[in-house]
Write a protein that binds this ligand. Structure first.
Ligand SMILES: [Zn+2]
Length: 203
């Protein structure tokens, strides 16, 4: 994976041509042995084209709203958000992956608005992706938005390319994380975050 190997974003991609996309799906259905004009498939190419626009052109909104705040200077102020679920599409198979995120940081002088966590996640999941790249991207944006290097991101993924094709392991989950600053080096904060992310409580 190189820096050039990054998927376009909603702003860097040329606008989607709905009619052309629907037309290509009509051709694909024919190639798959279907009659795109049969009753059940009427309107399907247009619906799929609309879905691509909804998925790829999703606008997560502002992800950088912070609140200045005086914070007491002891270590027990980790902020952890979990239960953020997002769907993305695996770029190797064009099949969905469902990701459950646990995000944490040690607030410095500013606190990130809570809705921004979900928006940062959405900014990275609404394109053709890899779980590893999503986690790295979310961690980088969280670092930027919170102004601290103490950031941890854990994602637990269910990949349909593993559960409905290939090895067909419906219960397999892929967990990966990016832990920096106080979350790194197997410190207490990192261990706590990983334990929270994998405990399954609250799901
Ligand atoms: Zn895949």
């Amino acid at each position: 994976m190189t820096l050039l190997d990054t998927p376009p974003t909603a702003t860097s991609r040329p606008s989607l041509r709905h009619t052309r996309i629907a037309d290509l799906y009509r051709q694909l259905l024919s190639e798959l042995g279907e009659d795109p004009d049969r009753e059940g498939l009427k309107g399907t190419p247009e619906r799929v084209a609309a879905w691509w626009a909804e998925f790829l052109e999703h606008d997560p909104g502002r992800t950088d709203t912070v609140f200045e705040q005086e914070l007491a200077g002891d270590a027990d102020r980790l902020l952890v958000v979990r239960g953020i679920t997002a769907w993305s599409l695996c770029e190797h198979h064009l099949l969905p992956m469902r990701l459950d995120f646990t995000l944490g940081y040690l607030p410095a002088d500013q606190v990130l608005g809570l809705s921004k966590f979900a928006r940062i996640v959405a900014a990275h999941t609404h394109r053709l992706q890899l779980q590893e790249r999503i986690v790295d991207g979310v961690a980088a944006d969280l670092t930027k938005a919170t102004g601290t290097a103490d950031v941890g991101v854990v994602a637990e993924g269910e990949h349909l390319c593993m559960s409905m094709r290939g090895v067909r392991e419906p219960t397999a989950r892929t967990i990966n994380y990016s832990l920096t600053g106080c979350f790194s080096d197997q410190g207490v904060a990192g261990s706590r975050l990983l334990a929270l992310a994998t405990s399954g409580a609250g799901r």
